[in-house]
Design a protein. Structure first.
Length: 295
């Protein structure tokens, strides 16, 4: 199996468990603490790893790629991640891991809008079915707009923005490497949020040992492992395929959410989740098949 494809499969499995841990941390720590320290700790760990291998961080690399780094950080780590962290204070992480599966369709939209890639009627049909499943997953068949549903909408909004970052993430990974791109992105984003966290977050939003355990677990699994594998996979695998393979994440994350937090879904929500996964797998299969034909 192609190494990039293997990493694209492992990344969502690791990231799914990390999302459950982030959900736990978001209930115990202030959102700004998470927004600042999760990327900052992850960025430092990656930087130390690179330095241990004799790699150097060059100001020239930052300068030459400043525009793409700015866009990547702004779109993914600021505009995209803020609503996601806020969403997890409203809704259950077990729903979040299913709702993030809408991302491939937003990747499709951005590629159509920016790269002028054609959209097939089949994709639109799958999207309609996918959204129907996501609505069932969010509401459980009870169509009221409560706090949890607001959180679910925030997750979808986060995916709409974050999906745009594939364009610059792919380019930067090929120019300066996956680990260095990830480290730059996390360090800069963490430093941007840190002053706000120090000024705004109350002491109670910082001091919770269980919350810190969840946050560190999330940082190690997602920021250092999951994101790095995501960046590496983008070097050789199309963004479409990498995004669609995120449908794998509930396979480990859903049981993990049940055993750690006792989070479950109703029968209607499970049916909605199944619809979401099936449509995600179909879009993944289609793009895997198209990649084989063009390779």
């Amino acid at each position: 199996m192609n190494k990039g494809l293997l990493f694209a499969i492992i990344s969502p499995l690791v990231s799914g468990i990390a999302t459950i841990l982030l959900g736990g941390a978001s209930k115990l720590l202030h959102p700004l603490v998470i927004l600042s320290l999760a990327p900052l700790i992850g960025g430092v760990l990656l930087a130390l790893f690179l330095l241990s291998r004799g790699e150097k961080f060059k100001a020239k690399e930052l300068k030459q790629n400043s525009k793409e780094l700015f866009l990547l950080i702004t779109v993914r780590q600021i505009i995209g991640w803020i609503p996601f962290v806020i969403a997890l204070t409203f809704t259950d992480a077990i729903k979040a891991i299913f709702l993030t599966k809408v991302e491939p369709y937003f990747v499709l939209f951005w590629h159509w809008l920016i790269k002028k890639e054609p959209v097939k009627p089949r994709h639109i049909f799958l999207l309609v079915i996918h959204v129907s499943g996501a609505i069932l997953l969010s509401t459980g068949g009870r169509f009221t707009l409560g706090k949890a549903q607001l959180g679910d909408l925030f997750i979808v909004a986060s995916m709409a923005t974050s999906s745009l970052s594939y364009i610059w993430a792919t380019s930067l990974t090929r120019k300066i490497g996956a680990i260095k791109t990830n480290s730059f992105m996390l360090l800069i984003a963490g430093l941007i949020f840190l002053p706000f966290a120090l000024l705004v977050s109350p002491a109670s939003g910082w001091i919770n040992l269980t919350g810190w355990a969840y946050l560190i677990g999330y940082t190690v699994l997602f920021s250092t492992i999951g994101l790095t594998l995501w960046f590496i996979s983008l070097k050789s695998v199309r963004g479409w395929i990498v995004s669609a393979l995120r449908a794998l994440s509930p396979l480990l994350a859903a049981p993990f959410a049940y055993f750690l937090f006792g989070q479950t879904l109703s029968v209607v929500q499970i049916l909605g989740g199944i619809v979401v996964l099936i449509t995600s797998f179909l879009i993944a299969k289609e793009h895997l098949d198209s990649a084989k034909k063009t390779s």
